[in-house]
Write a protein that binds this ligand. Structure first.
Ligand SMILES: Nc1ncnc2c1ncn2[C@@H]1O[C@H](COP(=O)(O)OP(=O)(O)OP(=O)(O)O)[C@@H](O)[C@H]1O
Ligand SMILES: [Mg+2]
Length: 478
């Protein structure tokens, strides 16, 4: 069925560009230049989606949307704005509009948002589950890069190395690449190097001949043989023992290997996707990981951003899992939405998914608020983010140092040597200390006791500093 879109914007040239980008036989587009013109058209005809600018000649587009939402509950909205300031973003957010896109307009963004909001509308009408069939959820800018890479890779046989913190979706990406490739009918085999005992890795991968070792009673095929034609996902590749790395290198170079205890060269055709949440470069410099293997594995690299870097996706992923795991329809209220957005998600998508599994199954409430989420979130679980990011970590420390070195070098270039009253030391200390405290407070979701512990300072000192830097106590709960 044809969908109808109304674009309300006074920028004529931009409207022409948008129409060109969006026009298909399935979409009928009308335009208006002012609020009153838009309102007139909406009264007269039925639309599915309104794309609306914020600053319009006869008023505020956000106010218009607020009124329209009350009057036409079936409409979806996309706000576009040149005023990409925090206030417009917050207002658009409070209005619960589907998307908020900033100018200059990225047409790809626009097309994706329109597509998604029209789909959402159909789903709303037909009571479908939210994006049930999408393998990966989220449309944030950082994930667009990932999606584009996946799309390109599926058509090739190149090896792929996926980096990313724990729980960011590395295995899901590997599976998605496999499922969309020509190998999709063949096996996808995931092997975790960290969880397999070292002496088993070799025989699991390459198989063994009868009598190769005690207990090898008959010839057994390994994954490289069993998965021929398919994809092998080598998880936690950084933990692969060094001598097995050489064997793997040979498979990648020549597509052949021998079984343990065997001499016969066996050909295999597998695609290798590997993943790690460690820094392989530092393993290479310590001679724990073969550099030549690294280059063979890392023909194409995909780096998955942490969930906290895809703020716009948190809610859609959360909604997806809430509806997936709940028997009855449940929904988040605005306090829950704020909580989900504000939390740091050290365990990434897996942590979010697990939280919603618990909430879906263990509460009978249909409206989920922040208190319920806080009750079920697992704050104390050890997490890689916190553990990996203390500054005893050498590469973090070096990054920070080289960043500061550069910064200071540039700073001194512009410093007036006659200005002796500048008070450089305090100035810089303050510059550094304020964001450090704000970020830590945010990370601890306002809990000052936890913040002072993580900062390693006394609670009163923290209080004094919060006052000194005028840090809004809204951040602070206790
Ligand atoms: N974009 C996404 N949309 C929906 N679900 C996702 C997304 N990314 C990850 N998930 C889900 O999150 C969970 C964790 O993902 P996955 O196992 O792929 O992470 P990982 O990076 O391999 O983690 P680890 O390093 O701990 O092995 C899975 O259940 C996966 O389906
Ligand atoms: Mg994994």
């Amino acid at each position: 069925m044809q969908k109808k879109i109304l674009i309300i914007d006074d920028d004529y040239a931009l409207k022409v560009v948008m129409i060109k980008a969006l026009r298909t036989s399935k979409i009928n587009i009308k335009t208006a230049a002012t609020i009153s013109e838009g309102w007139y058209l909406l009264e007269k005809e039925e639309f599915d989606l309104v794309i609306c600018d914020v600053v319009l000649p006869d008023g505020d587009g956000l106010e218009l949307v607020k009124k329209l939402k009350k009057k036409f509950s079936h409409l979806e909205f996309i706000i576009i704005s040149a005023q990409n300031n925090i206030l417009t973003a917050i207002k658009a957010d409070q209005l619960d509009v589907f998307e908020y896109i900033t100018k200059p307009l990225d047409l790809n963004d626009l097309i994706i948002s329109v597509d998604r909001s029209l789909k959402k509308k159909t789903e709303k009408n037909q009571n479908f589950k939210f994006e049930e069939n999408l393998p990966m959820i989220g449309t944030s800018q950082v994930m667009q890069v990932v999606y584009k890479n996946i799309a390109k890779i599926t058509k090739t046989n190149f090896s792929v190395l996926i980096n990313g913190e724990s729980g960011t979706g590395k295995e899901l990406v590997a599976k998605t690449i496999h499922n969309f490739s020509d190998r999709s009918k063949e096996p996808f085999t995931a092997i975790n190097m960290a969880s397999l005992p070292e002496n088993l890795i070799e025989s699991e991968l390459f198989g063994y001949e009868k009598g190769a070792f005690t207990g090898a009673e008959k010839k057994t095929l390994g994954f490289f043989e069993k998965s021929s034609g398919g994809t092998i996902f080598l998880d936690e590749i950084g933990d692969m023992p060094y001598d097995i790395q050489s064997r793997l290198l040979r498979v990648l170079q020549f597509g052949e290997f021998t079984r343990v205890g065997g001499r016969e060269l066996i050909k295999t055709d597998v695609r290798i996707i590997s993943a790690t949440n460690k820094d392989l470069n530092s393993a290479i410099s310590k001679n724990e990981f073969r550099e030549d293997l690294y280059y063979r594995l890392n023909v194409i690299n995909i780096t998955l951003p942490a969930l906290r870097e895809r703020e716009n996706d948190i809610i859609s992923i959360a909604q997806h899992y809430l509806s997936l795991y709940s028997e009855r329809k449940k929904q988040f209220d605005s306090s829950a939405i704020n909580f989900l957005r504000g939390y740091s998600w050290p365990g990434n998508v897996r942590e979010l998914e697990n939280l919603l599994k618990r909430v879906s199954v263990l509460t009978s409430e249909t409206i989920i608020n922040s208190t319920i989420l806080e009750d079920y979130i697992d704050y104390d679980k050890p997490n890689t983010y916190e553990n990996n990011h203390d500054l005893t970590n050498k590469s973090e420390k070096e990054n920070l140092r080289s960043y500061l070195d550069n910064f200071l070098k540039n700073f001194f270039k512009t410093l007036d040597s006659n200005d002796e009253k500048i008070g450089l030391h305090n100035k810089f200390m303050d510059e550094f200390e304020r964001p450090l405290i704000v970020k830590t407070l945010n990370f601890c979701r306002g809990n000052q006791i936890k913040t002072s512990k993580i900062l390693g300072i006394n609670r009163n000192t923290l209080r004094t500093k919060i006052k000194k830097f005028n840090i809004p106590t809204k951040l602070g709960k206790k």
